[in-house]
Design a protein around this ligand. Structure first.
Ligand code: PLP
Length: 367
């Protein structure tokens, strides 16, 4: 069986170092807001090229607390509009609505699955305050164009970088283009903890301070609460796991690129549409997503060949029960994407024979 992503194998590569790091934290007697977190925040900020990094409990909180901080700092108010691509994972939308902001769902570019600058401009109204590009599947959104629109209309930009650690445009990292970048270190992400974790990157010390405080009960000084905050902290033990894994991220990205390049060059089945990618640096291949009109038969055929695939995602946010008010929206490109996408196995521990097996199986698929 070729699994979609073998987390056990991925972490086994670093098992000795991970176990030593665990012991270090256990023996330290200090489990929150300590040296491991401090070290991870400074290393991850330097990896992304930003001045600040704030560890939080997960990727959803990274998004939510950034928008919340902008509200507390007087930059946003209830009802302000946030433009986001309609085909994103639901977390991007939840972060908007939990802050009483309004998600404005726009159709993505159908080749890259990302925000299309042209459609973003069309969606801007007097209430638009934030652009929320999601670097979906690991591919950077067209940030130079998005930043130009943001500057022209005086908008804040929050990058959802949960799938794009290490992706770059013109040498500048995901999370360093906008006013803030929200990262997830969910175990299955390209940089994954051994549990939940997340972070915000930013060059604004003011924003960093507000997020840090909001995630710690709204307090900067113990027992003095400036905001009605929440508890969203990145545990020492998870920070220690991330400190072990961050130095290996670039090598894992290279292996992901190698696998994707083989898929792109060798999959030739006309029934399977390959993803479009413009430039190596801009894509870290969190997912290799193909489209197929007979997606269900392709998936069950591959399963029978011993190849596990997943669907990211089967139902778009606007068709979810949680968003009844949006159910009647018509977003045909997004709906087609959700009906046809299938993610092929892609993980840094796949070997050449696994890749060949996937290529051969996909090429032999017939209806
Ligand atoms: C995973 C993910 C999130 C949420 O991250 P969690 O750590 O699971 O909360 C947000 N946005 C996108 C695009 C994601 O893929």
């Amino acid at each position: 069986m070729i699994s979609f992503l073998n987390l056990k194998e991925i972490n086994a590569q670093y098992a000795e170092e991970l176990k030593q790091a665990c012991s270090r934290v256990i023996d330290s007697g200090w489990y929150l807001m300590g040296k491991e977190l401090e070290s991870f925040e400074s290393q991850f900020a330097s990896y992304c090229g930003t001045k600040c990094c704030i560890g939080v409990a997960n990727g959803l909180d990274a998004l939510t607390l950034t928008l919340r901080a902008w509200k507390e700092l007087g930059k946003l108010e209830d009802g302000d509009e946030v433009i986001v691509q309609a085909n994103t994972y639901i977390a991007s939308i939840l972060a908007i609505t939990v802050n009483n902001l309004k998600p404005v769902l726009v159709e993505p570019d159908e080749y890259t699955f990302n925000l299309s600058p042209h459609l973003v401009e069309k969606a801007i109204t007097a209430k638009t305050k934030v652009l929320l590009p999601v670097h979906l599947y690991g591919q950077m959104s067209p940030m130079p164009e998005i930043m130009e629109i943001a500057h022209k209309h005086n908008l804040l930009v929050l990058e959802d970088c949960a799938q794009a650690h290490g992706a770059k445009i013109n040498g500048k990292n995901a999370g360093n283009w906008g006013d803030a970048g929200a990262f997830s270190f969910y175990p299955g992400k390209n940089l994954g903890a051994l549990g939940d974790a997340g972070a915000v990157t930013t060059n604004s010390a003011e924003l960093a301070k507000a997020i840090r405080s909001l995630g710690n009960y709204g307090s900067e000084k113990k027992y003095e609460n400036i905001y009605r905050g929440v508890n969203s902290r990145l545990d020492e033990i998870q920070a220690a796991m991330l400190n072990v894994k961050l130095p290996y991220l670039d090598a894992e990205i290279r292996q992901r690129r190698h696998i994707s390049e083989r898929y792109l060059n060798e999959i030739t089945n006309p029934l399977v549409k390959l993803p479009a990618s413009k430039n190596e640096d801009t894509h870290v291949w969190h997912l290799f997503v193909v489209m197929c009109a007979n997606r269900e038969s392709l998936q069950s055929y591959l399963q029978k060949q011993g190849i596990q695939t997943l669907i990211h995602y089967p139902v778009p946010p606007h068709k979810q029960q949680a968003y009844k008010g949006l159910n009647s929206l018509s977003l045909p490109k997004t709906e087609k994407i959700h009906q046809e996408v299938l993610s092929l196995p892609l993980g840094p521990t796949m070997v050449e024979s696994d890749i060949t097996a996937v290529v051969n199986a996909v090429n032999l698929f017939n209806i």
